[in-house]
Design a protein around this ligand. Structure first.
Ligand code: GRF
Length: 206
């Protein structure tokens, strides 16, 4: 079946625990997607070692070596195309991608965000959630569009906020759920169950 698997590129900047969840899912024979390349913009990102341990090709493309965001994005785009990637998963990738890159990959570029979007966009998400005193948080897998954290939502999962939570305890609880949601969403896409119509995600059966 490996010839039919959806070829996925993953972009990371750090720890790579979501990458690990995708690697683990993809290691099961019947998983319909295969990670063909992991790119990091940070040379010592922990996620690179995770990919290497799973014998997945890696590339370090450091943004600081490029004179503009567009040139950096072009290098990332070329590496993804050379690897034959058909879908790109952002997994803790801490760079804003330029509009031309996002448009080129629109409908084939997804991200995981640690809140129930459209609430709590941006950074310091768990701090925002605790300050707002909401009782429920969660995570969202969504298509990426030029506007940050605003693309069509593919899947969401709720996580309770409990008394005494700190950003760290809440982040850890949300992260456990991220590790289930991201592989599930990737599976749905690879199985052709996710349709994007007029900026809205429609989920179909198998
Ligand atoms: C995750 O919380 C993810 O939702 C956010 O960045 C974090 C990355 O963590 N986009 P990791 O590198 O996958 O461990």
């Amino acid at each position: 079946m490996s010839g039919e698997k959806l070829k996925v590129g993953v972009l990371i900047s750090g720890r790579g625990s979501n990458l690990q969840a995708l690697i683990n899912a993809a290691s099961v024979a019947d998983f319909p997607a295969k990670i063909v390349l992991v790119i990091s913009n940070v040379a010592d990102a922990q996620g690179l070692a995770r990919a290497q341990a799973a014998a997945i090709e890696t590339a370090v493309i450091e943004h600081k070596n490029f004179t503009s965001r567009e040139r950096f994005d072009d290098a990332v785009d070329k590496a993804l195309r050379d690897a034959g990637a058909e879908l790109v998963c952002l997994a803790g990738f801490m760079r804003i991608l330029s509009d031309p890159f996002v448009r080129k990959w629109e409908g084939r570029l997804i991200n995981i965000h640690p809140s129930l979007l459209p609430a709590f966009k941006g950074t310091h998400v768990h701090e925002q959630v605790i300050a707002a005193r909401v009782k429920t948080s969660g995570c969202t897998v969504h298509y990426v569009v030029p506007e940050l954290d605003s693309g069509p939502i593919i899947a969401q999962a709720e996580v309770p906020v409990v008394g005494g939570d700190t950003p760290e305890t809440l982040a850890a609880r949300v992260l456990e759920t991220e590790h289930k949601l991201y592989p599930m969403a990737l599976r749905w896409i690879a199985e052709g169950r996710v349709r994007l119509e007029n900026g809205q995600v429609l989920l179909g059966g198998r």
